[in-house]
Ligand binder design. Structure first.
Ligand SMILES: C[S@@+](CC[C@H](N)C(=O)[O-])C[C@H]1O[C@@H](n2cnc3c(N)ncnc32)[C@H](O)[C@@H]1O
Length: 498
């Protein structure tokens, strides 16, 4: 980063409305890096009155400045109605000579639901020579519910770019298009993400459990886990699910098969199936560090994370302080990739204890780069055991940790709180996501059953009591400031470093 850009960044991270004039002035700086940073910093203010300044920056000669101006418009206007001048500027940006700007414009048009962008997005989907731009256009048209784009989306299912096939399949699902015959071949797509997207839609449209049963034998565990989720409401016999469970080596796919059988048991009044044993947690003392890195084929899908990442991102959107975000127990990297795209102005530092998880996170980074939309704001995945006295990160504005403290011995909770308190800057926040007990009581019968299942995996695991977790945090200078109820009886707990 240039010195002038760094100076603008320092002003920007204060998020003080009184700094807006200085940031506006920086849009005219001779240094393009400073101008790009000024766009980002204006976005951080989240003030729609700054949209005209960002619209002005869309005529900047530097593509990087225009790209940041587009993204900052999305940040400023997210959750609000888009003023006509901003909609028109974003539609113009869809024709920008630079494909990165066009891709950002397509993503922002979808995110802000710019209705008037439909014709231009259709044109990008059909004619753009960049696969990532076409993929973003497909995604946006799905979000906009644009039925007119169905023929182009069907054609995109055969495109060479995996990201485009994936987004086209998802968009067709959102549009409820009559696409069954076209989507069935995608169940054999070489890319696992495309198979997952196609399976979801086919399972809903087809009156046949065959595709789900076949996907339970897919070589990719993410596809099998998705099939397990869908199997719960299918007509696949219980015996076939039990057989799949017996053969399933991957913990997450096993988890969803068990849940499917439990749901069926609830409906029929039969007792719960016996809990399976899954491989033990990795030994925190194991010195193994990184797994093989940077190979897209190591990327794993986590269907639960795919479902909860949107609602979690909505919680983070208004609450993330400036500064790098340290992600603890990032697992597959599904959250990492999604949040990094959603919060382009935050540097994301993914970590996990498990070398396979690190390889999967690196797989997401490599796949994103190969698809032409690199996760520039994601640093290489690092091994981090929350129980260690020294963490590989010295300072962060926020720590995010989903679904770890109940799937680890209790020592992980004080470990997490001690480490977060060490590295968070004052005012920094820890976001903790997962199921909790309140005053010793479960919030739902499903959480009580989940607790039993966890303890069957390892008696040291279990759904934690929020009071106990908060007490451990408070002892270390982390004040609980918010408890937010989430779908599926989960919560986000926000702690702040005093
Ligand atoms: C259920 S996964 C959650 C993954 C991801 N956060 C999500 O919500 O999809 C639990 C993760 O916690 C990690 N983990 C367990 N003990 C840990 C520890 N002591 N330090 C860091 N990570 C740990 C595991 O390796 C695993 O990836």
């Amino acid at each position: 980063m240039t010195e002038r850009a760094e100076a603008v960044r320092r002003i920007g991270i204060r998020r003080d409305p009184a700094d807006a004039p200085a940031l506006r002035a920086a849009l005219g700086d001779a240094d393009p890096a400073a101008r790009a940073m000024a766009c980002r910093a204006l976005g951080w203010q989240r003030d729609p009155r700054l949209a005209p300044d960002l619209i002005g920056a869309l005529t900047d000669p530097e593509p990087d400045v225009r790209d940041h101006a587009v993204r900052a418009l999305g940040v400023c206007l997210g959750g609000r109605s888009t003023p006509p001048a901003a909609a028109a500027a974003l539609i113009d940006a869809l024709a920008d000579p630079d494909p990165i700007v066009r891709a950002s414009a397509a993503r922002t048009c979808g995110w802000l639901e710019v209705d008037g962008a439909r014709p231009a997005l259709r044109a990008r989907l059909s004619d753009d020579d960049s696969g990532p731009v076409r993929a973003e256009a497909a995604h946006a048209l799905g979000r906009l519910g644009d039925a007119q784009s169905t023929p182009a989306l069907l054609a995109a299912l055969g495109a060479p770019h995996a990201g485009l096939r994936h987004h086209a399949a998802r968009a067709l699902g959102l549009l409820d298009a009559d696409a069954l015959a076209h989507l069935k071949p995608c169940l054999a797509d070489p890319d696992a993400e495309v198979r997952v997207a196609a399976l979801r839609v086919v399972a809903r449209l087809a009156d046949d459990p065959g595709p789900i049963a076949a996907a339970l034998r897919d070589p990719n565990p993410g596809v099998r886990a998705t099939a397990a989720i869908l199997a719960a409401d299918s007509s696949i016999p219980d015996a076939a699910l039990a057989e799949a469970l017996a053969a399933e080596p991957h913990p997450e796919a096993r988890h969803h098969l068990v849940r499917a059988l439990i749901r069926r048991g609830e409906r029929s009044g039969a007792p719960d199936p016996p809990d399976p044993r899954s491989p033990a947690m990795p030994d925190p003392a194991d010195p193994a560090a990184f797994g093989p890195t940077g190979d897209p084929s190591h990327r794993r899908s986590a269907p639960a994370a795919e479902r909860n990442r949107g609602p979690i991102a909505d919680v983070l959107a208004d609450r993330l302080p400036p500064g790098p975000v340290l992600e603890i127990a990032a697992g597959s990297g599904t959250h990492t990739a999604f949040f990094a795209h959603r919060f382009p102005d935050h540097v994301w530092l993914p970590t996990d204890l498990d070398p396979d998880a690190l390889a999967s996170i690196e797989g997401w980074r490599a796949a994103a780069a190969a698809e032409g939309r690199p996760l520039d704001n994601v640093r290489p995945a690092q091994r981090l055991d929350v129980c260690a006295d020294v963490w590989p990160v010295e300072s962060a504005g926020a720590v995010f940790c989903a679904n770890m403290i109940h799937i680890a011995p209790w020592a992980a909770t004080p470990g997490l709180m001690s480490g977060a308190a060490r590295i968070l800057t004052p005012g920094g926040r820890l976001f903790l996501y997962g199921p909790f007990r309140f005053d010793g009581r479960f919030t739902a019968p499903s959480n009580a059953r989940f607790d039993g299942w966890l303890k069957a995996q390892d008696p040291r695991f279990g759904v934690r009591d929020l009071g106990e977790v908060s007490a451990v945090a408070a002892e270390r200078g982390l004040a609980r400031i918010e408890v937010i109820a989430m779908p599926a009886n989960n919560h986000v707990i926000v702690f702040e470093r005093r």
